[in-house]
Design a binder for this molecule. Sequence first.
Ligand code: SF4
Length: 340
Amino acid sequence: MSQERPFIIPIFLPHAGCPHQCVFCNQAAITGIKQKDQILKDVGKGIREFLSYKTDQKRPVQISFYGGNFLGLEKEKIVVLLKEANSFVMAGEVDNIRFSTRPDTIDTERLDLIKDFPVSTIELGVQSMDDYVLSESRRGHTSTDTEDAVKHLKKRNYEIGVQMMIGLPGDDDNKAIQTAVSLTALCPDFVRIYPTVVLKGSPLSVWYKRGDYSPLPLDDCVSLAKNIHGIFAKKGIPVIRMGLQASEDLDNGASIVAGPYHPAFGHMVLSEIFLDKAVDILKNEKIFSDDITITVNPRSISKMRGLNNRNIQFLKERFSISSINIDGDASLGEEELAIT
Ligand code: SF4
């Protein structure tokens, strides 16, 4: 991935190109956008509007088609959208294009269709590498489709992102961990981890109301995401998002029936990772003191503290410490910590 994070122009295409509705999905509930056809007509206008928000002129710019199954669209629509996006690339206002799509849409014919457009990154909605979980979630594809898709994309040198979910119907901790292990073997460039939340209007909300599906409790989901994050981190694969993107409808509960949604989900996972590191150091280095200082990179101070100072409280109780100071030191890496 480019070192500098691109300025993303998101174009949401809710359910565009989807062969059916996966059991957990309701893109309109996530994005708050319902008028798919209108969006298809207004893509150029949307891109122009977003470009006006860009303040850092040096940042690379990417147009991103999200929220549907991009390569599942009719070929003419794919070409119309890419041509429109490409006109901004040709004008020097945008660097490249990315989109998300289902693994079973990746084939030679479709990749040939897009080969002359400046698409740099393709994200695959993998969700699970367990075929039982995929079938229970009515995904309509298998883990083999994902393996084949990654092979195709690698041959053509695309940057590859994979999205996985935890807490899907039929899933459990072992299967989720195995999914992460299988995905690391495919060597994607980055990963997103999403908890399964019961969204209004999704088939899963009907199952939930019938008592046929129970979402993961938030704390369990955070711990599982932490373990999965560790699997990718060990292989040096960046996890660029954990948890659904916060939105007004998600935050005020208008779109959610149940499940482990939290606007700071990713922060909670990273905070648990810092807590584990602090516990390990205190245990292994046998630091017995009533007054300690934990030093982290200034960008990691809130993660070290945890939501509402949860980590500090935990450490004080667990190790009988009365005072814990958190210091910032920019010479430390963002994932490092030192205790004195
Ligand atoms: S999960 Fe993806 S493929 Fe399934 S309905 Fe939602 S957008 Fe479409």
